[in-house]
Ligand binder design. Structure first.
Ligand code: CP
Length: 362
């Protein structure tokens, strides 16, 4: 692991500490995930148009038109959701959607459930602990068995990067990636883009800085692919130990100094420090991380910026984001928090994804 001295040096110089990047250490537990990501770092060359979309495993393969189409469809749903007695045509009546979650979730799971019900579909809940996975059943056998019960689509969250794509190759039913390891979380990025487009009117030329633990973040990766394809500019800011070594290849700007990243940006997506994926082992201490990369009023005041702030949640309060910044939804202040608006927008986005993949004839 990098020493504290090296970490501080890298902050000062913006250069990587000497020696191997920690994710290339053979013994590191997330190595398999990170290796997969590094192979996937270049977005697919032939983006999928909306008409050919059978699954949503990531944004790396989606065309700009497909992304715009999903955001426009979600905008229609949001308009109805705003009305007091919102009701939707049951376009997915008699459809069964399996919510296959191998990791915990509050926002994604509930909003998919609400989105499916809004469109008249039924949902089947699944949790690894209470399923036959605990007896050794594989992921592919689980999916094939659910398919045999006439499930119409799979919403999959799984700790292994690449799992959604793998499953999309063994089932003809639509597979929606609800977060696979450190690879992608496409519906989260779509709802982030939706929130930004709603606020700023357009994503073209918008400067978005993504702050924190980019290395382990599926949200960051999907946002990078989606935002760049939609014409936004993307900056990544964090300690070099938490930025993927090949990130420059994607066409993003890199910052190790948070003040500079904020001064450059129109908006910030703050990432959760993924302590369960061992992010802490890349840092000297949480206090030091918070001092250099925590988004606080003091820092925003110093840069003289009024910033629109997004965070996918769940948040580590007073580590990557202060209570004031996380909770301020009204002026006066240095920032506006979109955290709960993002959650509301998640329903419209997930309705748009389900309608696009499952709408029409069964
Ligand atoms: N943002 C997000 O994916 O939250 P959950 O883990 O609660 O679904």
């Amino acid at each position: 692991m990098h020493s504290l001295k090296n970490w501080r040096n890298s902050l000062r110089t913006g250069k990587r500490p000497g020696g191997k990047h920690p994710c290339r250490k053979a013994s590191f537990p997330v190595q398999k995930n990170v290796q997969y990501i590094l192979q996937q770092m270049t977005p697919d060359n032939k983006p999928i148009p909306m008409a050919d979309m059978n699954h949503l495993t990531g944004l790396s393969g989606l065309s700009a038109d497909s992304i715009t189409g999903l955001l426009d469809t979600a905008a229609g749903f949001k308009q109805t959701l705003r009305s007091p007695n919102a009701s939707f045509s049951p376009t997915l009546k008699n459809r069964r959607i399996a919510l296959v979650f191998f990791e915990n979730s509050t926002r994604t799971r509930f909003s998919f459930e609400i989105a499916a019900r809004n469109l008249g579909a039924g949902t089947l809940g699944f949790s690894a602990a209470s399923s036959s996975v605990s007896k050794g059943e594989t992921l592919s056998d689980t999916i094939k068995n659910l398919e045999a019960m006439q499930v119409d689509a799979f919403v999959l969250r799984h700790p292994s990067s690449g799992s959604a794509k793998l499953i999309s190759r063994i089932t003809p039913k639509p597979v929606i990636n609800a977060g696979d390891g450190s690879n992608e979380h496409p519906t989260q990025a779509l709802l982030d883009m939706f929130t930004l487009r709603e606020h700023f009117g357009s994503l073209k030329g918008l400067k978005v800085t993504i702050i924190g633990d980019v290395l382990h973040s599926r949200v960051a990766r999907s946002n990078i692919y989606g935002l760049l394809r939609a014409g936004a500019e993307v900056g990544l800011c964090g300690p070099v130990t938490l930025i993927p070594p090949d990130a420059e290849k994607l066409g993003v700007r890199l910052f190790t100094d948070l003040d500079r990243a904020i001064a450059w940006a129109d908006t910030a997506i703050v990432l959760r420090l993924q302590l369960e994926r061992a992010s802490g082992t890349y840092l000297p201490s949480l206090e030091e991380y918070s001092r250099h990369y925590g988004l606080t009023d003091e820092r925003l005041e110093r840069t003289g910026k009024h910033l629109l702030v997004l965070h996918p949640g769940p948040i580590n309060r007073e580590i990557e984001i202060s209570n004031h910044v996380a909770d301020r939804i009204q002026p006066p202040g240095y920032s506006k928090s979109m955290l709960l608006e993002q959650v509301t927008n998640g329903i419209a986005i997930r309705m748009a994804v389900l309608e696009t993949l499952l709408g029409g004839t069964p």
